[in-house]
Design a protein around this ligand. Structure first.
Ligand SMILES: [Zn+2]
Length: 257
């Protein structure tokens, strides 16, 4: 039993236990090229949250990881079989209920660990911050917690070299042989501003990619996945320590010294 994983702990252990920071991992259930499981983002979310919390816990930080929410925003994949969409407004309703519990019980700090590019918690945390002014609400897109260019050579953002490496490390039993994966070729927008990244429209996934992947997975290895996960976990563990100890009413300083 890992005492920092809510799904594994028990009332006996938790009753008197202090919780300084709640962590909510959030994934998605969606196709990942031909070769990765639908739960890829959930498996990644579980793993990064647990690995980070383990480091923080062993340093004395009273962190508690809530169960991963398995469904994310898949509004751009409505025609892809059994991609399960939660609308952003549904996510806001779920978050509101969870934050209400934490607020009522005096656990005033929440870190949402996002594991899916279609999820965007910033506007929701703005709105909930107004509704629950005593709460300190933080989100982090975990794959940005380490510099992917140091670990992976092929660019991509879905079922790519990075995600395939992570799954080869975490759940090799669920990864098809890489010969069965598509190339993850991405068609680019005809609109220059969107191509350059300073304008935005949601990608219509089935117009962008044949195999649902974006980024060629063929260079993936479990070693790369392990190294990337560990680098990200080290940073997120530091974030957990800082969030757990910071005084909410004194969380800004004149300099970073
Ligand atoms: Zn993914």
């Amino acid at each position: 039993m890992r005492p920092y994983i809510l799904a594994e702990t028990n009332w006996k252990a938790l009753k008197e236990q202090e919780v300084s920071l709640a962590v909510l991992p959030w994934g998605a259930t969606e196709a990942h090229n031909y070769h990765l499981p639908y739960a890829t983002d959930v498996i990644e979310a579980d793993a990064i949250a647990a690995a980070s919390a383990k480091i923080a816990w062993e340093r004395g930080t009273k962190v508690m990881v809530l169960p991963t929410i398995p469904f994310g925003v898949n509004t751009g994949q409505a025609d892809i079989k059994l991609d399960i969409n939660l609308n952003p407004s549904t996510q806001l309703a779920i978050l509101d209920d969870i934050v209400a519990v934490l607020n009522r019980q005096g656990i005033k700090k929440l870190l949402v660990i996002n594991s899916h590019g279609g999820n965007d918690f910033k506007p929701m945390l703005r709105e909930l911050g107004l509704r629950y002014p005593e709460m300190f609400l933080v989100s982090c897109f975990w794959i940005q917690a380490a510099d992917r260019k140091k670990f992976f050579s092929v660019p991509g953002d879905h079922a790519d070299e990075m995600e395939t490496s992570l799954l080869l490390h975490l759940r090799p039993d669920l990864v098809l042989p890489l010969e069965e994966a598509g190339e993850g070729k991405e068609r680019k927008s005809r609109i220059r501003g969107i191509r350059e990244g300073w304008a935005w429209a949601e990608r219509q996934w089935s117009m962008v990619t044949e195999d649902t992947g974006v980024g060629n997975p063929k260079e993936a290895t479990p070693e790369k996945g392990k190294a990337f996960l560990e680098a990200a976990a080290a940073n997120i563990a530091d974030l957990m320590d800082e969030l757990a100890t910071v005084d909410i009413n004194d969380r800004y300083a004149d300099s970073n010294a």
